[in-house]
Write a protein that binds this ligand. Structure first.
Ligand SMILES: [Zn+2]
Length: 145
């Protein structure tokens, strides 16, 4: 799973925060100041091995972007997915999984094409979109979670 480096606004210490914990109001390891996660937040990168425990154990709704690094439409929505991970921090956990290196999860959810977006609540799929959705439609789905 990926992590991010967040500089402390108070003591400038660089804090390494696992992306999976970025919504839990992390504090600076050196001085205890609350870190400004929002501007640094990124999608959580999941793999076949951590997907199920992560999604079923999540305390918030989860959106998963099934993508492939060689797919044009996937690349086209990457900036939107990244900005939504900042905007919905603390409301919906935005994640992504590379289907080319993690075929097991894609097979389990019968993903036929990328990008595909799946929306989970309490570990269950409650909604999905195949293909790159218009931003407005994606926001509506996230808001309805
Ligand atoms: Zn600090």
């Amino acid at each position: 799973m990926n992590s991010l480096i967040i500089p402390c606004s108070s003591c400038n210490a660089k804090n390494r925060i696992p992306a999976a914990k970025q919504h839990l109001s992390p504090k600076c390891g050196k001085c205890g100041t609350l870190l400004n996660v929002k501007i640094n937040a990124v999608p959580v990168e999941l793999t076949d091995s951590d997907f199920q425990p992560f999604v079923s154990g999540a305390q918030l709704p989860v959106m998963v972007d099934f993508y492939s690094p060689t797919c044009g439409p996937c690349k086209a929505i990457t900036p939107l997915i990244t900005s939504l991970s900042k905007e919905y921090l603390g409301k919906v956990i935005i994640t992504k999984i590379d289907t080319s290196s993690n075929p097991g999860t894609a097979m389990h959810y019968k993903i036929r094409g990328v990008p595909s977006l799946l929306f989970f609540k309490n570990g269950q799929v409650v909604d999905q979109v195949v293909g790159a959705p218009p931003e407005q439609q994606l926001r509506q789905k996230l808001d309805s979670l």
